[in-house]
Design a protein around this ligand. Structure first.
Ligand code: UDP
Length: 311
């Protein structure tokens, strides 16, 4: 998002505690290294700058960790988001973009899932995000703040020019872990559960390229600048791949037959999450450019190789 806003000539300020991020990933703008829990520092920043809009990305995102450490998730994803929203209200920043998640749906009755489906999260990660959506809805009703909550499905891939990509020390996401197994940085890829009620027994997810997701943010921002109302949008392509399909595709793209171990289910995983994204296509004119699993994996592969000095 910072890369894209910078390319478009926006002035960006990044507020990040660098708990999982890196200074060198900030390609544009000014970085203030501080914690969202530090309400005084946040307030001082808002007093100094006159922000037109805030995009809130700062959250913990690992589903099974959220099951093991719920307080960590509620504290950062919920309490700290409240602090940020309150700071926006105090300083009359009335455009807000929120990174939400498909995990708010829990186990949807129907897939592809629409935004109107029941929100019954099955892990603290999804619950913490749903709570923030609720706060935004209520705050938006009670004040001039307008927001767009984007429910991300499985964000994957990297900048096609390999300038920037995911850089987790302990990666947990399927495509990254598979690529690291291909590079020999992990001894194997473990498939978490082969007894789900899906055609091949493994979980199905809707993998969306990060640049298409960012385009959704840009359109959401335009919408708010046009005076648009508060909205919630799914961000996914509308079709999914099973874990086995992804692993096979990673092997094909990399040309490396890394070891795969089938193990039991991971806690908190719903069987299938696929977006019905017709709302964002219709209302914001979102047209994804990279709806292609091979391309997603290829960009992530180029990035992982660069990251680990294997180019
Ligand atoms: N997965 C897996 N092995 C791994 C990592 C993930 O089998 O090493 C599965 C996981 O159980 C889920 C899917 O891949 O069904 C996507 O998981 P990921 O962590 O990438 O994203 P999530 O859907 O949890 O946000």
């Amino acid at each position: 998002m910072v890369r894209t806003l910078g390319e478009k000539g926006h002035e960006v300020v990044i507020y990040d505690n660098l708990s999982t991020g890196y200074r060198e990933s900030v390609l544009h703008g000014r970085l203030l290294v501080a914690d969202l829990a530090d309400a005084a520092t946040l307030d001082a920043l808002f007093a100094k700058e006159k922000f037109d809009a805030v995009a809130h990305f700062a959250a913990h995102i690992v589903v099974d960790e959220s099951v093991r450490e719920p307080i960590k998730y509620y504290r950062n994803n919920f309490v700290n988001a409240l602090t940020l929203i309150e700071t926006c209200l105090r300083h009359k920043v009335e455009r807000f973009i929120f990174s939400s998640t498909a995990a708010v749906y829990g186990i949807p009755e129907r897939v592809p899932v629409t935004e109107g489906a029941l929100l019954l999260p099955i892990n603290p990660y999804g619950a913490s995000k749903r709570m923030v959506e609720q706060v935004l809805q209520d705050v938006s009703h009670a004040s001039g703040l307008r927001y767009v909550a984007l429910r991300y499905f499985n964000v994957a891939g990297a900048d096609p020019a390999s300038q920037i990509g995911q850089k987790y020390k302990d990666a947990t996401h399927l495509i990254t872990v598979s690529l690291r197994a291909a590079l020999g940085l992990r001894k194997e890829l473990r498939i978490f559960g082969t007894d789900y009620e899906t055609p091949d027994g493994t979980c199905i997810r809707d993998y969306i390229h990060v640049d298409d997701l960012i385009e959704a943010h840009v359109l959401a921002l335009d919408h708010l600048f046009r005076g648009g109302t508060s909205r919630v949008f799914n961000c996914g392509y509308g079709h999914g791949f099973s874990v086995r399909e992804v692993v096979e595709e990673v092997k094909r793209i990399t040309g490396i037959d890394f070891p795969v171990q089938e193990t039991g289910r991971r806690e908190g995983d719903p069987p299938a999450l696929v977006a019905d994204s017709s709302r964002i296509r219709q209302e914001l004119g979102w047209k994804p450019r990279y709806d292609d699993l091979a391309f997603i994996i290829k960009t992530a592969w180029d990035w992982e190789k660069k990251l680990h000095g294997k180019t």
